[in-house]
Design a protein around this ligand. Structure first.
Ligand code: SPV
Ligand code: MG
Length: 302
């Protein structure tokens, strides 16, 4: 990667764990927007988001894989690098269950950090994992073994934000199991707890937050309980909301509509006013920077 190759100068402050740590630990509610490639990362950055969620579901989907660890960890690392370069934003990476045991998890974290990620989120399941909204088979990892995975990451990459994701509610266990795990993961060095739910209302998340009493910041993913007003999260002192998959899902809708029309109309004339202009594409990827660099670096007569 060339320095300043992307449209955003590499901003070590933005990219450092510090910036993401501040967002997650500050008392203001923060937001992380899903992205799954360089383009979606640049779009989220231009919309004003201060942090990105490198979603396993969205990255897998955009690669044509299922969210069941079909994409390799090196493929994920490659995508995250493109997201980091294209946005300059701090990125919290969905590290799934760490792609194996403590050793795979710490290797993943090291490589993500080297390639520009600021944080990694690990969920307490085994390898391969399955997306939390698919089926009912979500065996949980042993608490001690998963705590070892967290400790290994913390010891190896201490400046990375480490989010421990609890799947107890997804797997059908109650609040007590979720709280027990949260305590263990806090002891293991997690910087924040992601409590996940697939209920259509936020009751169990808000119950968890009440009982957890602010011991570590709480991160949530309201994909299924999307109707809950954001004020409920501020009142519950939730730290960070992840909008986990809407760039990917929006792209599916837009591409389907466009493909369908071009297929039916045997023409691109109808969709032309609906799609991004080429100027928008060039603007997003900062072609202007390249042309001024050409003025600076190419011989004048070239
Ligand atoms: C992801 O975005 O890949 C997540 C969140 O892990 S969810 O799909 O809601 O489990
Ligand atoms: Mg995921």
């Amino acid at each position: 990667m060339l320095p300043n190759h992307s449209q955003h100068k590499i901003n070590s402050d933005e990219r450092s764990g510090q910036s993401l740590r501040h967002l997650i630990t500050s008392s203001d509610l923060s937001f992380a927007m899903e992205a799954h490639d360089g383009l979606s990362a640049a779009i989220a950055q231009q919309a004003g988001f201060k942090a990105l969620w490198a979603s396993g579901l969205s990255i897998s989907s955009s690669l044509g894989y299922r969210d069941a660890n079909e994409a390799s960890w090196t493929q994920v690392v490659d995508v995250v690098e493109r997201m980091a370069d294209a946005s300059g934003l701090p990125i919290l990476v969905d590290g799934d269950s760490g792609f194996g045991n403590f050793n795979n998890a710490r290797l993943l974290a090291v490589k993500l950090r080297q390639r520009g990620a600021s944080g990694v989120c690990l969920e307490d399941k085994g390898f391969p994992k399955m997306n939390s909204f698919v089926g009912n088979r979500h065996p949980l990892a042993d608490v001690d073994e998963f705590s070892g995975r967290l400790r290994a990451v913390k010891d190896t990459v201490p400046d990375m934000v480490l989010v421990a994701r609890i799947e107890a509610l997804i797997a059908g266990y109650g609040l007590d199991e979720a709280l027990l795990r949260a305590d263990a993961y806090a002891d293991a060095g997690a910087d924040a707890i992601l409590i996940h739910s697939r209920k259509s209302d936020a009751t169990e998340i808000l119950d968890f937050a009440r009982q957890w009493a602010d011991k570590l910041p709480i991160v949530i993913v309201p994909t299924k309980y999307y109707k809950t007003p954001i004020s409920a999260y501020r009142d519950a002192k939730i730290s960070t909301v992840i909008w986990a998959n809407h760039n990917m899902r929006a792209a599916i809708s837009a591409m389907r509509t466009t493909c369908g029309r071009i297929m039916a109309e045997e023409s691109i004339a109808g969709v032309e006013p609906e799609v991004a202009t080429l100027e928008e594409v060039f603007g997003l990827l900062n072609y202007d920077e390249l042309s001024s660099a050409e003025d600076r670096y190419l011989p004048k007569h070239a």
